[in-house]
Design a protein around this ligand. Sequence first.
Ligand code: NAI
Length: 462
Amino acid sequence: MAGYDVIVIGGGPGGYVCAIRAAQLGLSTACVEGRNTLGGTCLNVGCIPSKALLHASHQYHEATHNFSRMGLLAPEISVDWPAMLSYKDGTISANTGGIEFLFKKNKVTWLKGWGSIVSPGKVKVGEEVHDAGSIVIATGSDAASLPGIEVDEKSIVTSTGALELEQVPQRMTVIGAGVIGLELGSVYSRLGTRVNVLEYLNAITPGMDGEVAKILQRLLKRQGLAFQLGVEVKSVTATDGGQQIRYLNRKTGKEQECTADVVLVATGRRPQTEGLGLEQIGIETSKGGQVVVDRSLRTNVAGIYAIGDVVAGPMLAHKAEDEGMAVAETIAGRAAHINHDIIPGVIYTHPEVAAVGKTEEQLKEEGRAYRVGKFPFLGNARAKAIFAADGFVKLLVDRFTDRILGCHMIGPSASDMIQEISLAMEFGASAEDVALTCHAHPTYSEAVREAALACGDGAIHA
Ligand code: NAI
C-alpha cells in the first residue's frame, strides 16, 4: 500500500491538470485512470478526434468548393476514409502520449485501473488500497441515453461511435441540434452524407445567443444539412431499408418517421459516478446525478473534492481544467481562483461560433440596461479574402458603465478570438478599452474592435 498527499480519480482534462498542478505545488500525487491512455473523453473520444475530422473534412470542402476560385486547379480530390481515420488516431496518440510524458516529468504516479473510494482517505484500484490525504473525483461524463433507443456504436451511435464509423454513410440522422450533433453532423455532411438533424426545441444550440443560432442554422442549411425543429424522437428500429426513426411533431401532435443508415444520438451527457462508492461514504449527489460541491469544490465529506463534468456547470474541458487547478491550489493551502461567469463556449462548425458571458436573452430577462455593438465580417478585409465573410461579432455592454457583459460571434477563428473578450471581461474592461487597443491589420480580430467601436460612436467599416 502506498500513500499520497493527493489521489485524483480520472485522467481527463480536469483530473490530469489537477494532478500535474498538485505535483508542481510539492504534493505527492497519483492519478487513477482505467483507460489504456490518459486524457479522458476529450483526448480519446471527444474534443481532439472530432477536431481532427472537422479539420480534414473542412479541407476537403475547401478543395471542392473554393480552390478553383483561387486559381488552384487539381485533378478531382477524393476521400480515403481509412486514411482519414488513421490521421485522427495519430492526433489522439500524439496528445495522450504527451500527457504520459508530463506525468513523468512532474512525478505524478499513474495508477492504472478503475478507482473507487473505500472510505475518506482510501482509494481502491484493482486489489490495492492506497492512502490519500485528499481525494479529487474527476470522473467526467457519459453520453445520456434516450428511452426507446439502443446504442450499438455501429449504426446507432453516440459521439464515440461516430468517430470511427466503418464507412462514410449515405444517410445520417442526428438526434439533437446541440454542440455534438452540429459538429459531427458537419463532418459527415462535408464528406457527402445526407444529414438531417431532429431537434426537440424550436431553435438549434440551446443557450446560445438567438441571433447567432439563427444565422448558424441558415449557414449549415446552405452547406447541406437539413433541420427539423420542434420534434421529439421516440424510437429507432432496424428495418431492411435502414434505421427507422419515429418522432413526434410537437406542433401538430402527429407522428412522423424517417430512415437513415446511421443514427447519431447527441442529446446531452450525464455525470459518470457509477462504481465510485459515493453512496457508501455518503457523498451527496443531486437529482441529475452530479456530485454536490461548495464554491471551493469540496463535497460534503471532508478531504474529498469533485471537479469537471461530474459537478454542476457547463460540461467543457477548459472548465474542468480550471477547476482542477483551483482544487490543487486549495489542497496546497493556496488561494484558488476560478470565475464561473467567464467560461467561453465554442462550436467548431464552419464558421465557428464562440461566446462568453451573458446572452442578450439573459440580459433582457434580468432587466439589465445594455447596449449592443455589432460588426459583420463583410466589413473585414481578411475574412472576405478567404470567402469567410459570413457572420458577425456582437458585443453586449452595460448601458451606463460600458463594461463588457457578453460577446457572441460567428465567423472565422471565432474560437481563438473570443479569448480577447474573456481576458477583457476578467479585467473588468469596457468596450472603449477594447476599441482603444490597436489591433493588427489585416486580422479577423479587427472585427472585435469594430464591434467595440460600435458600442460607442460607431464602427469605421460598417
Ligand atoms: P447538448 O445539450 O448541447 O444538446 C442536446 C440537444 O438534444 C438539445 O438541443 C436537446 O433539446 C436535444 N434533444 C434532447 N432530447 C431530444 C429528443 N428526444 N429528440 C430531439 N432532440 C432532443 O448536448 P450534446 O450536443 O450531446 O453535448 C453534450 C455536452 O458535451 C455538452 O455539454 C457540450 O457542451 C459538450 N461538448 C462540447 C463541445 C465543445 O465545446 N465544442 C463539443 C462536444 C461536446
